[in-house]
Design a protein around this ligand. Structure first.
Ligand code: BGC
Length: 286
């Protein structure tokens, strides 16, 4: 990070506040639970990159908490068997879910099996080695993008919007995540936003890219009225096609940019979140 300019106003010299949290482990593990696949990887926390390939197992059907927990355990074992795995003694593991997660308890199930409602993931995953933390999938991706990706080094408020089966959002201020913003469930033009703005909604309606860009423009304009931000980072698989629709997303106060970590943002963000939560717990206990 660049050194603060001593002559700049105090707010400008602050920079991403969370960069002041020291002593994170070099490596951690992130696991991203999605509707079709559960993906994990070893993350280099200095760089925000994966060490080695990610490992993926298809999401079990039905995707009950017990079935998913078993797959998470298998992924973890595979990753821990690798030469460059973090040591089991200071292991931290972050796991994402496509749901609201508060204090490691899953509180919604819009796009996952209903049996997840009120699931306490601390109990569910207690058989796993290491210190485990769980969070929303878009929050993990947004944290990673804000700290290592499209928003890296940027002060102020950044929002990631993930466009996939649903629409996820992540709000990050000066590098610190404000979790569970869930702006895909905002009411927008008379419907729940994600039913109109998600990548699957575009596919269902066979909507041309320019029209999709226009829909996204109106949605972000709506979001901006409620939560003004300096930058929107657009993620999800569809961000690979950002050249086809982002040119239509104009006239916003915020800068609008595609995600740069694409497929790995969830894994990287989960690992970072778990490492920081573990460190915070130590600082608070001291
Ligand atoms: C869920 C969010 C999730 C998003 C992306 C939405 O339907 O409510 O929690 O982040 O999908 O998976």
């Amino acid at each position: 990070m660049t050194k603060p300019d001593k002559k700049a106003p105090a707010t400008e010299s602050l920079g991403p506040a969370s960069a002041t949290l020291p002593d994170l482990p070099k490596r951690a593990i992130g696991i991203d639970v999605g509707g079709t696949g559960i993906k994990g990887g070893i993350v280099n926390l200095r760089k925000g990159t994966l060490i080695g390939d990610r490992f993926r197992i298809p999401t079990p059907k039905p995707a009950t908490p017990e079935a998913v927990a078993e797959v998470i355990g298998q992924i973890l074992e595979e990753l821990l068997g690798r030469e460059k795995a973090p040591s089991r003694t200071d292991l931290v593991v972050g796991v994402t879910f496509p749901a609201i997660v508060i204090d490691n308890v899953v509180l919604t199930a819009a796009n996952i099996d209903e049996s997840w409602l009120d699931c306490d993931t601390t109990k569910l995953l207690q058989h796993l080695p290491g210190r485990v933390a769980t969070l929303n999938d878009a929050d993990a991706a947004g944290l990673a993008e804000a700290r290592y990706g499209a928003g890296a080094g940027r002060a102020g408020t950044v929002m990631m919007v993930t466009l996939g089966t649903g629409v996820g959002s992540a709000l990050v201020h000066d590098g610190v995540l404000v979790p569970n913003s869930e702006l895909g469930h905002l009411e927008f033009e008379g419907v729940v936003a994600e039913t109109k703005v998600s990548a699957s909604a575009r596919e269902r309606a066979d909507q041309p890219w320019d029209e999709y860009g226009e829909t996204l423009r109106r949605y972000l304009k709506h979001v901006e009225r409620i939560q003004p931000v300096g930058q929107f980072i657009i993620g999800g698989g569809v961000s690979k096609r950002s050249e086809d629709f982002l040119p239509y997303v104009t006239g916003l106060r915020a800068e609008v940019v595609p995600a740069v970590l694409v497929n790995n943002a969830g894994i990287v963000g989960a690992a970072l979140y778990a490492a920081e939560q573990a460190r915070l717990a130590e600082v608070r206990a001291a």
